[in-house]
Design a protein around this ligand. Structure first.
Ligand code: ZN
Length: 144
């Protein structure tokens, strides 16, 4: 963790605060509609499927798969200049929600669509923890 983190940080609104508070505790939570059961991200005041405002935050497994990915070769923000080329991925969680995020502990040539991944947490400042993903690590006795 460093207070010298120079990259852009997320804007935290009152609506999205539970997501970031959970990340700080190294937990991943997603809004779920009590009306229709739909999970959705980013957070909102109403369910995008049925427009109910009966939303709750639920802890999710943090397991998902790579839905899409891209390598950034161009410097779009100076804070990332030393990292190009870098990978940005779209992870589809088991709950169906897709997050734009970073993949860590994985070489670019090893990335595959559908690859199982799991959440990890990067404490980038005292206040902000970024959920990122790595190739899923299965316990030794797990049947895949
Ligand atoms: Zn709904």
């Amino acid at each position: 963790m460093s207070d010298k983190y120079q990259k852009p940080l997320p804007y935290i609104s009152e609506v999205s605060r539970p997501y970031w508070d959970a990340a700080k505790r190294h937990g991943l939570v997603i809004q779920r509609c009590q009306g229709c059961g739909h999970y959705h991200y980013p957070a909102g005041d109403t369910c995008p499927r049925c427009l109910s405002d009966r939303l709750v935050w639920v802890k999710v497994s943090g397991w998902g798969t790579i839905y899409s990915w891209i390598v950034f070769h161009q410097v779009y923000h100076q804070a990332f200049a030393s990292e190009v080329p870098y990978v940005v991925v779209v992870v589809e969680l088991e709950e169906g929600v897709r997050l734009v995020t970073n993949l860590v502990d994985c070489k670019t040539e090893d990335i595959e669509i559908g690859m199982p991944v799991e959440v990890v947490f990067d404490d980038v400042t005292e206040e902000i923890t970024l959920p990122k993903f790595r190739p899923r690590v299965y316990p030794a006795n797990t049947v895949r």
